[in-house]
Design a protein around this ligand. Sequence first.
Ligand SMILES: CC(C)(COP(=O)(O)OP(=O)(O)OC[C@H]1O[C@@H](n2cnc3c(N)ncnc32)[C@H](O)[C@@H]1OP(=O)(O)O)[C@@H](O)C(=O)NCCC(=O)NCCS
Length: 294
Amino acid sequence: MRSPVAGISGTAPACHYLTYVAVAGVPPHGLQLSGRELGRYNAKEVYVESGTISKMAVVETEEVGPNVTIAEFAVVRKGAKLGKDVVIHPFVVIESGVTIGDGVEIFPGAYIGKEPKGAGALARKLVFDRHVAIGANCCIGPNAVIYCDVEIGESTLIGDGALIREQTRVGSRSVIGVYAGVGYACRIGSQTKIMGYTGVAGKSTVGDNVFISGGVLMTNDNQLGRKGWREDENFGATIEDGAMIGAGAILLPGVVIGKGAIVGSGAMINTNVKPDALMLAMPARAVPREWHKE
Ligand SMILES: CC(C)(COP(=O)(O)OP(=O)(O)OC[C@H]1O[C@@H](n2cnc3c(N)ncnc32)[C@H](O)[C@@H]1OP(=O)(O)O)[C@@H](O)C(=O)NCCC(=O)NCCS
């Protein structure tokens, strides 16, 4: 069942919508509304077929499918495309070049199509196209941020506050958990679950049917302390199909976790793991203390 949109009486049956539209003097059927057109109607909300576009939403695009709900204070920029039965909650921002598939629901404060910014502080050169494709029936949690140049398959769940960076692709029926971050140029397969607070470093590859527990750290950079940025020396981990990573594990840059392998909670992996292997523990070892006596 779809969630009601806060602040909008969107739970009334369709016949009530038509009554409302007639009273408000708005043509009842097949409306494709832009923000400007919306302003012409003296109605608090405008009902499109059985969907609703709040008068307080900014809808610049004309490519809005049937039965779409857009709540107050949402912003949908020119050139964005919304399929049918899409629900956009308040304060969502959808930039140009974003395509939202049928039946997608986007919760308050999510930002889709964010342009990456270096602010002069980032050594890495930013590379991206201005498009985003969100597959049918995905659900995008509140305050999630999806950058430009991201494609997500059907029925994937993007958790509350999750982040997906540019040039990344995510398959179908996958989960990106709450406050999980997926870096740039990653490949995430289908039916894969990445649980809350996990960090997937840029240029990582995760196969199909993979399970990554919460709080896992995947890294991509062994150039600590060196000057400049060497893109060709940076690689995230590769996690092959069916592998499972326990909570809080750390994967160092470029390691390959073989098909069906298990990495136990808290393990630190700095070499490749064979298919179906079980890796446990993070042995601490004694090292000479001289370096920090000075
Ligand atoms: C891989 C895992 C399942 C192994 O658990 P298990 O089968 O119950 O392991 P056992 O209890 O049989 O332990 C076997 C030995 O390994 C040790 N061990 C088990 N897990 C360990 C770990 N993560 N790190 C270090 N040692 C571990 C045990 O102390 C025991 O040692 P001993 O034989 O010297 O007494 C578990 O470590 C793990 O990572 N679980 C994942 C938790 C998780 O992330 N869940 C999903 C999100 S909630």
